[in-house]
Every structure is written in C-alpha cells, then in structure tokens.
Design a protein around this ligand. Structure first.
Ligand SMILES: [Fe+2]
Ligand SMILES: [Fe+2]
Length: 284
C-alpha cells in the first residue's frame, strides 16, 4: 500500500474554486476540441515482442484506456474521438486502468452510454483508480458498466483464449485507496498462460506483477504529469515515463484521457495506447 496524498481543506477549496471557474468559462468544450475530438486524440502504438508467442496470438491487440475523470471537463458526447478510434482499431481486448470520475459515480452517468460502447471484440477488463473510491461508492461504477460486458478485476483475473492459446489478465485494487491489495489473487490466472498482463492503476505496483510472471503491466494515474513543465511536475504524482523495462517485462503507463483541476494538458496529450503482440526476432 502507498500512503494516499491528503490535501488541507484550504487547498481543496482552492482547487474546487479553480475547477468551477474553468468549467464556467467553457473549459469542457475547449478540452474536447483541443484534446479529445476525432483527429486530435493520440493513438500511441506499442509493440510487445515475446519469444515463443503462439501463432494464434500474433497481431493480438490490447487497447488501454485510462483516467477519463468524468466530471466538470468530460461528459456526454466527449468520447466521440475515443469511440471512433476504437472502431478503427477494433482491438481484441480493451483494458481500463482506473480513475473513471473526479468526485463520485454521479460524474460518470452522463457519459455512461458512450462508456458502455468502449469495449473490446473479445473482452473488456477494468481496475479501479484512487479517485473511484470516493465515499466508498466504487460499486456504483462497476455495476453501471458490467451489464455492457466490462469485467472488473478486483484482486482477480480472467483469460482470453484464441485457438487454444491463452492470454491471462489480472488486476488489483488501487494501491492508495483500495482496501486490501492482493497481487497473488490478481495473478491467479497467470499459471500456464502464454501471455500474462497485469492491470494496476498506480505504476508502483508493476514490480509485484512482474515477480509473479507478468510480461506486461498496464498503468495510468500520472496523466503523463498532465502539465509537463519542469517547475510544475512535482505537483502531480510521480511519473515513471511512458514505457519502462522491468527485467524482461514491460511497464506501459498511459497518459490517460481526462484531466483533474484544470482543463489543460501541455506536453502530455490525451491518448489511447494500442499494444500489439508480436513474435520476438528469432522466435519461432
Ligand atoms: Fe487520474
Ligand atoms: Fe489516479
């Protein structure tokens, strides 16, 4: 577990005032036009090279979506660019790595119809982020989405099978706000799988999944620092970079789709990450 960051009521009040002012000045429309509209949203392509990858899994794609933070700056109609990108990419699996809301589950409901369509061809897996536990109402989020095929991996896993080859996915509760994080249960489907993928909102959990055999860990949380200016970086959570090597495994950190505080991103575009599984050079 990681000690959650707690702000003073004075600081929270200041942030709320800034957020409200930005919303009243049309921040949501501006954010959509600049970062989320079709043609503006970044589709970041990553390749995961694996030795001995079964033929059936070559070209298998995983789209990672993260940190939408529905609320003052993202609501109904703002995921049109995301839906278009998913239509074009047609990923096998969509993985959501948390932070669906800013203040609570009610933030998400205006965009619920669109979120229900942000799914993969074969499966859709999700974990919670620290923002989703506000008032311990995270179940409202998962209940609203599960009817459309989303599967929340709360210290648990699932597998996707393609012509006898297996891709295992595991997820854990958030390291800051989740009550009880259990990587052993999160990795329970890894045994015997051809490809093993861990979902953990906070990047600091990646080594725990790698110790349990993950080839790939998908995280979010940092927003790529959201405003990537040297003198502002320390205001946000630590950012380990967009892709890091952990032994023979890879950690991929999404910059996410939404924002908190201010409807502004600098040097950190809103993005979808599309990971393609490929056979390592020299692999059979
Ligand atoms: Fe976030
Ligand atoms: Fe977060």
């Amino acid at each position: 577990m990681i000690q959650p960051r707690r702000h003073s009521s004075l600081r929270i009040g200041f942030f709320r005032a800034v957020e409200l002012t930005a919303a009243l000045l049309g921040g949501r429309r501006l954010y959509h036009r600049v970062h989320l509209a079709p043609g503006r949203l970044l589709v970041r392509r990553e390749r995961l090279e694996l030795e001995g990858l079964p033929t059936a899994l070559r070209g298998f794609t995983i789209a990672q979506l993260s940190d939408i933070h529905a609320g003052p700056f993202l609501a109904r109609g703002d995921l049109d660019g995301v839906l278009r990108a998913l239509d074009e990419e047609a990923p096998d699996v969509v993985c959501w790595t948390g932070d669906y809301v800013v203040h609570g589950p009610e933030n998400m409901m205006p965009a619920l119809d669109e979120l229900c369509r942000c799914i993969g061809r074969r499966a859709t897996f999700a974990v919670f982020g620290n923002h989703d536990y506000k008032g311990r109402r995270e179940l409202k989020i998962s209940e609203a989405l599960m009817a459309s095929g989303w599967q929340f991996l709360r210290n648990g896993g699932a597998t996707v099978e393609v012509d006898g080859a297996r891709v295992a996915f595991g997820g854990v509760e958030d390291l800051e706000e989740g009550k009880g994080v259990d990587f052993d249960r999160g990795a329970e489907t890894f045994a015997g799988a051809d490809v093993r993928v861990g979902l953990c909102h906070h990047p600091r959990g990646a080594p725990d999944f790698v110790q349990r055999g993950a080839h790939l860990v998908l995280s979010g949380h940092s927003h790529g620092t959201q405003v990537d200016l040297p003198w502002l970086r320390r205001l946000g959570p630590p950012h380990p970079g967009l892709r890091a090597r952990l032994g023979r495994a890879a950690l991929i950190v999404s910059r996410g789709l939404g924002v908190i505080g201010i409807p502004l991103r600098i040097g950190a575009p809103a993005e979808i990450v599309v990971v393609e599984l490929v056979s390592a050079r020299g692999g059979s």
